[in-house]
Design a protein around this ligand. Structure first.
Ligand code: SAH
Length: 353
């Protein structure tokens, strides 16, 4: 078994995609050598394919109103303990001024699914961000109509993040009342078709999730030809149906990050906030086994506490300067540079570092 898995990892380094069965075995193994080799090879492939630069994305979490009642999520409407907020469009654009001054090339606008922000408001923000700061714009607003996605794209939005959460349709249905995996995937296909650099991703350690299902997540991201994928541990949120469930583990998150890097060499992979919440070294470790993106939080401090997707969310009360300062320090300690410019996906660009 050991030599078989080592051989599979070596072949992946030379460009052979893995089968779902092979990836399932790599998720399941408790062999320390395989785990270490997987991480080392993924770090090498990251270096060769996307280089040593780590791109920063300035995140503004602008509303915690949401129409979906996902059982894991701290801001689900069923959670009556949450104090709701909505930032005004001008306030959102203004919050990005400091990110622009710090030379961050991408703005990420994220919220619950909140239709108070109609087509016109989102379009206005995209245009203002482009005009005032010239930043790339990533949206993460959940499921919207095709017409909305099209209008946002025409206004200049570059990228869209919509995690598939889990590629197992039954697990998906159980966690998302009234929603289907099929519709989620339909949105992802529309986004791709409209020319967005499209990101998806899943949680790790959801109750009932298996190694096979995680292997399908990796294959899904690869086979859809996505540009980005965010992977984070499931962390129980207070006052939700899953508040007493077990957390996902750092080890499994790192394995998935590494497998993604091996199977989709040019993918943009963030070292997520959830990984940092789980372990103070989590982000650094993710960057050392495949990840190449960080998403510092630029949500004004007075709202940050209320965008609590899960318990103990990292950076909830750190200022931008503190957050950025510690990221820069961490990057230089692991020999990585800060990426300049928008940090677009290299896929299709013909650039291969
Ligand atoms: N409404 C947007 C943004 C959702 S919040 C959308 O639907 O895309 C961003 C991500 O946080 C979600 O996609 C989910 O993967 C993650 N998340 C939510 N609750 C979580 C929890 N309890 N533990 C870990 N991650 C969580």
């Amino acid at each position: 078994m050991q030599s078989r898995l080592l051989k599979i990892i070596e072949e992946a380094e030379r460009g052979r995609p893995m089968t779902v069965e092979e990836m399932t075995d790599i998720f399941a193994t408790d062999d320390e050598d395989i785990r270490r080799t997987l991480f080392e090879v993924a770090d090498r492939v990251r270096h060769k394919s996307v280089g040593d630069a780590v791109y920063l994305r300035a995140l503004v979490e602008f509303s915690n109103h949401c129409r979906n009642n996902c059982s894991y999520c701290g801001i689900r409407p069923g959670n009556r303990q949450v104090k709701r907020y909505r930032m005004e469009p001008e306030e959102i654009v203004e919050a990005l001024a400091v990110a622009h001054r710090l030379n961050i090339g991408t703005a990420v606008l994220q919220s619950g699914e909140d239709l108070w922000y109609d087509t016109g408001k989102i379009v206005w923000m995209i245009r203002e961000i482009k005009e005032r700061y010239g930043m790339a714009v990533t949206l993460s607003l959940g499921e919207r109509s095709y017409e909305d996605y099209q209008a946002f794209r025409e206004a200049g939005a570059d990228r869209y993040l919509l995690r598939h959460e889990t590629s197992d349709p039954e697990l998906y249905a159980g966690l998302h009342p009234g929603m289907t995996l099929q519709h989620r995937l339909c949105c992802l296909r529309q986004l791709k078709e409209l020319g967005y650099q499209t990101g998806s991703g899943n949680m790790v350690g959801l109750p009932g999730q298996t190694c096979l299902s995680l292997a399908h997540d990796v294959a899904f991201i690869r086979d859809m030809g996505l540009e980005m994928a965010g992977i984070g541990p499931f962390i129980p949120a207070e006052d939700t149906p899953l508040s007493n469930a077990e957390c996902g583990t750092l080890d499994v998150v790192l394995r998935e990050v590494a497998l993604l890097r091996l199977n989709s060499p040019l993918l943009m992979i963030p070292a997520t906030t959830a990984v940092a919440t789980l372990d103070s070294q989590g982000r650094q470790q993710a960057l050392q086994c495949g990840a190449n993106i960080l998403m510092p939080n630029f949500t004004p401090l007075r709202y940050r506490e209320r965008y609590r997707l899960y318990a103990g969310k990292a950076c909830s009360n750190e200022s931008f300067e503190q957050c950025i300062g510690s990221m820069f320090g961490m990057l230089s300690s692991i020999g990585r540079s800060v990426g300049k410019g928008p940090g677009h996906s290299l896929k299709g660009s013909g650039v291969y570092i």
